[in-house]
Ligand binder design. Sequence first.
Ligand SMILES: Nc1nc2c(ncn2[C@@H]2O[C@H](COP(=O)(O)OP(=O)(O)OP(=O)(O)O)[C@@H](O)[C@H]2O)c(=O)[nH]1
Ligand SMILES: [Mg+2]
Length: 385
Amino acid sequence: MPTNVTPEYLAAEEESRQAKNPKDRLRALEKMLTLIPKHKGTEKMQMQIKRRISRTKEEMEAKSRKAGHGPVFNVKKEGAAQVALVGIPNSGKSSVLTQLTNADAQVGDYPFTTTIPTPGMLEYKDVQIQLVEIPALIQDVSVGKGFGLQILSAIRAADAVAIVIDLSRDSVEQMKIILDELEKGGVRLNENPPDIEIVKKAEGGIEIRGRQFFFGDEQVVKELLLREKVHNAIVVFRGDTTVDQFQEALDESTAFRPALVLATKGDVKNSKEQYARLREQFSSYEIVPISAEKGINLEPVKEAIFRKLQIIRVYTKTPGEEVAYPPITMKPQSTVHEAAGRIHKQFQRKFKYARIWGPSAKYEGQKVGSDHVLQDGDIVEVHIR
Ligand SMILES: Nc1nc2c(ncn2[C@@H]2O[C@H](COP(=O)(O)OP(=O)(O)OP(=O)(O)O)[C@@H](O)[C@H]2O)c(=O)[nH]1
Ligand SMILES: [Mg+2]
């Protein structure tokens, strides 16, 4: 905590803590943002205040939506997973959506053609994947510009993010804007959530376990918990954790999502150069070049999206019958027990054994127990008592 904040600032902070409703909290937070000294040392705090402001606005909007004002923005999930198409205005999102799915989205040679999240269904390898075009993202959506808060909430609602980059324009600049806004908006891409457990209690103060995994000042942990009005809790660190990560864990609204990049308009002049720059600057991302207009590289994009979702397909069959269609979709490392439960709860309780065909089977029709770990493409036949 920097010590050079003014008493006025501290008063505003106290006011935000005491606020009885979002409106009062918003007023106090905005005061804090005005009063905080603007220099390098307070950048992080400034960002946190901005995020709290946007969260509060989001909360207020959500409430007013619930009360029946305004349309529901987010798209209802259908299929095995929902993937958000995110990009700057006019970058080619609707064209990608139209090429990859059954949607017939409006394409326009002007910005903000798409104003509400627009879904389409992509069927790939027997799996239904819902793609949702999110209205264009611009700088400062994370602090509520445009439909910023609704846009961020729609992105957070998805299971994965596909960033659409327009190769006819500065690719690195676009990527920077998008990553920056997502970060400020509490969306973390291709990162694992911190492995921390916080168990709130009625008494006993703050107890910290797994100290060897925590890289920071324990006093700060206590202060951050107090700020959230948590006075008694056990905090368990299970993996390496910094103070920042701890703060994220406290902030339950942080979303951790897998992400990939669709670099589109690969047919235009200079697109190769923009693609190369993007790869060089953002080498940790999987980047798939495509042209929606010319229909180039669409199959590799579908495959990349499918892989990013880490879905395994498990086909089920009843003894003496054909394999059922479509497959059930599961997380990697799922077991026969879990698959049986997806067919019917009874199948878990009355489970005798299963027969397996496919990648995880040692031989076709192998007899296995309920703890057998499944792989993508397996066929499972459950036998019950
Ligand atoms: N050359 C080329 N032009 C494309 C491609 N994809 C889209 N465009 C053009 O780019 C413009 C914008 O396309 P849209 O698909 O509407 O872009 P968008 O990102 O959905 O736009 P907003 O919804 O307004 O944010 C249109 O003029 C398209 O014809 C492509 O692969 N190659
Ligand atoms: Mg569009």
